[in-house]
Design a protein. Structure first.
Length: 675
C-alpha cells in the first residue's frame, strides 16, 4: 500500500475527528466549528485537474467562426493560466462522422483508404489551448466511428484491430501534423466496452511507441468496468483511470478497490446561469470529498452551438454568436478559477477534507513544497442543482468555520482570499473577488460563511481576474446571408455557421470544373456511420436563426448519384441533435430520377407536393424555396415549379441543406433572405 490511506479509512478518520471536535467544545459557546488541515499523517490522492470537453458533439462549432480579437479573448478566458478558467485539461471528441448531441464532427478517416488530419476544429482548439497553457492535459474519446470501422454493423468491436488502429492513427496524426501529445484516450463514450478491445488498444498503442498514452475506461457508469478490472488483471494493467460520467459526487466500493485513479470524466451538463455555476462549485469540491475523484471535466467546454439545439448553453461560458462577436463569460468560468488558478495537476489533496457542519464542503491541496490552497463552498440545494447527477440531500445555513493549520502548514502567517457570492436574494452576485489577506493567528483563522459562497484561501499570490473590454452587443443571425464557398479559412474544413446534424459537409474543390462551381460545399459520407445517437437516414446541415418564419432560401445543387440521388433545401427546420430523425420543416427536394417533392419532414413521410422536375445527377440546378405564413412555393433554375403548398407546422426554424441518403452531393451559392 502506498502513502494514501484507504479512502474508507480516511472517511472514518474524518468523521471521528469531527465528532471529537463537536463533543469537545462546550455547546453554549459553539458559534464556530473547527476543521483541521494537516498533512502530518500523510496526504490524500494526487490531483489531476479540472477540464472542459469540446465535442460530444460539435459543441465548439460556432467558436471557430468568431472574428478576432473576440475568438482569442474567448480562448484566453478558457485556457490562459491565471486569467479565467485556466483549465488544466482539454478533452475532445475524436470525430466519428455521426451525430453526437449537438451535431456531427468529421472523422480523420471517412473511408478506409482515407486519412486527413485537418478536418473539423478540434486540432485547432487543442493547439490554441496548448499555446496558452503548454502543460494542458489532452484527452481524446470517440463517440462514433465511420461506417467502415464496423463493416456496416453499428458496433465497433467485431474487428477490434481495425478500431484500435483507427483510434491510434488519430493519436499519431495529432503528433505528426500538429505536434500535439495526446496523454489519455478513451474507449467508446457512454456505450459498452469490450475487454478484448481495450487490451488490443493498449497493445496497439505500445506497438506504435505510444506507451505513454494512458487509457481511460469506460466513460460510462462506475460499473461494470470496476468489477471487470478487479476480476481481470490483464485488463487492469491496460487501464489507468476509471472515468465515470455524472457520478453525482459519489463512487462505489469496487472502484476504490481497484486503486485506480477515479475521474469524473464528464460532468456538469447544466445551463450556465448562476444555478449552473452553483452546481459546478459543489461538484468540483464534492467529487473529491464524497467520491475521491481527482479530475472533473465539464460537458461542455464552451456553449458554441445554436442555443435551440439540445442542452443549449451547457458550457462553462457562452459563445454562440460569431456573426455579432458577442460572448458571455458566465459564472462557471470564475467558479473554475477558484480551483484551477491555485492548484495544478500533480498537487495532492490533504486527507483532511470534508463537509462543513452546517452544509457545504472544503478541500485542501498542497504542492508538497509548503503551499496550501483551500477551496470552500456552501452551495444550497435551491441554487446548485445540477441537471444531470442524482442528488444527495444537502442543507446549508450560514456558519462560522475555524480552520486550524497543522503539520507543514502550522507556520503559515497569511493566506490570500478569493470569494464568489451568488447572492440569490439580492440578485447581485459577485464572482472571484480578491479580498484582503487573512492573518493566521495561533495557526487558525475563522470565516463567516454565508449560503451560496465559494472561497479560496491560498499561499499563492498569483491569481488574477482577467478581463477584456466588453464584446459587441448580442444580435440575431443576419437576415441576409450568402456563402459561395469561394473564400475560406484554410484552417477549417467546414463553412461558417453550418451545423451538420447528420452527414458531414466539407469544402470541396473541383479543379477540372471550367465553370463557376470550382469551390463548393460537399456532403462526403457514403455510408451510415457507427452511430452514437439516432442519426437521420438523410443528411442535413442547419444554419441561421431558429426564429425565422418567412424567408427565401436558395442554393445551387449537384447530385453525384445517378437515379437514386436526391438533395434538398429547407426552411423552418425545427429540430437537431439527437432528435434530428423527427425534424419537421419545409423540405424542397429534387431527385436524380427527374422528380421533385415537397415534404413537411426530413424523413419525407408527409408530402405537400410532388411532380416532374427533369433533374439529373452531374448537372447543377438552382433550388429556391420561399415560405411565407402558411404557404410555400418553389422555383427550379429560376422558373416556378410548385406553389401554394400549405404549411401549418412548424412555424419557425433553421434553414438547411441536405441529401436523401448517405451520398455525395454538392451545394453552392447558398443564399437566405429572411423577413
Ligand atoms: C509556493 O509556490 C511558489 C510558486 O510556485 C513557489 O515559489 C514557492 O516556493 C512555494 N512554496 C512556498 C512555501 O511558498
Ligand atoms: C434538508 O432539509 C429538508 C427539509 O428542509 C429535510 O427534509 C431533509 O431531511 C434535510 N436533509 C438533511 C441531510 O439534513
Ligand atoms: C459567527 O460568529 C459571530 C461572532 O464572531 C457571531 O456574532 C455570529 O452569530 C456567528 N454566526 C453563527 C451562524 O454562528
Ligand atoms: C468536376 O467538374 C467536371 C467538369 O464540370 C465535372 O464533369 C465533374 O463531374 C465534376 N466532379 C465533381 C466531383 O464535382
Ligand atoms: C410571417 O408571415 C405571416 C403571413 O404574412 C405573418 O402573419 C407573420 O407575422 C410573419 N412572421 C414574421 C416573424 O414576420
Amino acid at each position: 500500500m502506498d502513502l494514501r490511506v484507504s479512502p474508507v479509512l480516511a472517511l472514518i478518520l474524518r468523521v471521528s475527528a469531527m465528532l471529537v471536535l463537536t463533543l469537545g467544545a462546550p455547546a453554549v459557546l459553539c458559534s464556530s466549528e473547527e476543521y483541521i488541515l494537516n498533512d502530518k499523517d500523510g496526504l490524500g490522492r494526487e490531483f489531476d485537474g479540472v477540464g472542459g470537453l469540446s465535442g460530444g458533439g460539435a459543441t465548439s462549432r460556432l467558436l471557430v467562426n468568431y472574428a478576432e480579437p473576440y475568438r482569442s479573448q474567448i480562448l484566453d478566458y478558457l485556457f490562459k493560466p491565471n486569467f479565467g478558467a485556466s483549465l488544466h485539461i482539454l478533452k475532445v471528441e475524436i470525430g466519428g462522422d455521426a451525430q453526437t448531441t449537438d451535431g456531427t464532427e468529421p472523422s480523420h478517416m471517412h473511408y478506409e483508404n482515407d486519412e486527413n488530419y485537418f478536418r473539423g476544429y478540434e486540432w485547432w482548439l487543442m493547439k490554441e489551448a496548448k499555446k496558452r497553457n503548454p502543460d494542458i492535459t489532452l484527452i481524446g474519446l470517440p463517440w462514433a466511428f465511420p461506417g467502415w470501422v464496423g463493416h456496416g454493423k453499428n458496433w465497433p468491436y467485431d474487428f477490434p484491430d481495425i478500431t484500435a488502429t483507427y483510434v491510434v492513427n488519430w493519436i499519431i496524426g495529432a503528433k505528426q501534423y500538429h505536434d500535439l501529445d495526446i496523454q489519455y484516450v478513451g474507449i467508446w463514450n457512454e456505450r459498452n466496452y469490450d475487454s478484448k478491445y481495450i487490451k488490443l488498444l493498449r497493445y496497439t498503442l505500445d506497438k506504435s511507441g505510444l506507451e505513454g498514452v494512458r487509457i481511460i475506461a469506460s466513460d460510462n457508469l462506475w460499473e461494470p468496468i470496476s468489477l471487470t478490472l478487479l476480476l481481470d488483471p490483464e485488463l487492469s494493467t491496460a487501464v489507468d483511470v476509471i472515468g465515470a460520467h455524472y457520478p453525482g459526487t459519489t463512487t462505489v466500493l469496487d472502484a476504490l478497490k481497484t486503486q485506480k485513479k477515479l475521474w469524473s470524466s464528464e460532468d456538469y451538463s447544466s445551463f450556465n446561469d448562476e444555478v449552473g455555476g452553483g452546481c459546478w462549485a459543489r461538484i468540483l469540491n464534492q467529487n473529491y470529498v464524497n467520491g475521491l475523484m481527482t479530475a472533473t471535466i465539464s460537458w461542455n467546454l464552451v456553449a458554441s452551438y445554436y442555443e435551440k439545439l439540445p442542452f443549449g448553453r451547457d458550457g462553462l461560458m457562452t459563445a454562440e454568436e460569431p456573426w455579432s462577436g458577442n460572448y458571455v463569460v458566465e459564472s462557471p468560468i470564475w467558479i473554475t478559477a477558484h480551483t484551477t488558478q491555485f492548484t495544478q495537476p500533480g498537487w495532492t489533496y490533504l486527507q483532511t477534507v470534508g463537509h462543513l457542519e452546517h452544509g457545504g464542503s472544503y478541500v485542501a491541496l498542497t504542492d508538497g513544497k509548503g503551499n496550501l490552497t483551500v477551496v470552500i463552498e456552501t452551495m444550497t440545494h435551491d441554487h446548485s442543482v445540477c441537471v444531470r447527477p442524482p442528488l444527495l440531500p444537502f442543507n446549508v445555513t450560514s456558519q462560522n468555520a475555524t480552520f486550524q493549520l497543522k503539520g507543514s502548514f502550522a507556520f503559515i502567517k497569511e493566506l490570500q482570499v478569493w470569494r464568489s457570492q451568488f447572492n440569490f436574494k439580492t440578485k447581485k452576485p459577485s464572482f472571484f473577488e480578491k479580498l484582503a489577506p487573512v492573518k493566521i493567528i495561533d495557526g487558525s483563522f475563522t470565516l463567516n460563511l454565508a449560503e451560496d459562497e465559494v472561497y479560496t484561501l491560498t499561499t499563492l499570490t498569483t491569481g488574477q481576474k482577467g478581463v477584456f473590454p466588453a464584446p459587441p452587443p448580442s444580435a440575431r443571425f443576419p437576415k441576409i446571408y450568402k456563402d459561395d464557398f469561394n473564400v475560406r479559412n484554410p484552417e477549417f474544413s467546414e463553412a461558417p455557421d453550418f451545423a451538420d446534424q447528420t452527414g458531414v459537409f466539407e469544402y470541396f474543390m473541383n479543379l477540372t470544373d471550367p465553370g463557376p462551381h470550382v469551390f463548393t460545399l460537399r456532403q462526403v459520407l457514403t455510408q451510415r456511420p457507427v452511430t452514437w445517437a439516432t442519426d437521420a437516414d438523410q443528411t442535413v446541415s442547419v444554419i441561421g436563426d431558429y426564429q425565422w418564419q418567412n424567408l427565401t432560401v436558395s442554393c445551387d445543387v449537384f447530385m453525384e448519384t445517378v437515379k437514386t440521388g436526391g438533395v434538398f433545401v429547407a426552411a423552418r427546420v425545427d429540430k437537431g441533435g439527437q432528435s434530428i430523425r423527427s425534424a419537421k420543416g419545409v423540405f424542397f427536394w429534387v431527385f436524380a430520377d427527374g422528380t421533385y417533392k415537397v415534404t413537411n419532414d426530413l424523413a419525407g413521410q408527409t408530402v405537400l407536393a410532388e411532380g416532374q422536375s427533369g433533374t439529373l445527377a452531374f448537372g447543377w440546378h438552382t433550388l429556391t424555396l420561399t415560405v411565407e405564413g402558411q404557404f410555400a412555393s418553389g422555383l427550379l433554375n429560376g422558373y416556378p415549379l410548385w406553389k401554394n403548398a400549405v404549411v401549418l407546422m412548424p412555424q419557425n426554424g433553421w434553414a438547411a441543406v441536405g441529401t436523401r441518403s448517405f451520398e455525395l452531393a454538392q451545394f453552392d451559392n447558398f443564399n437566405v433572405v429572411a423577413k
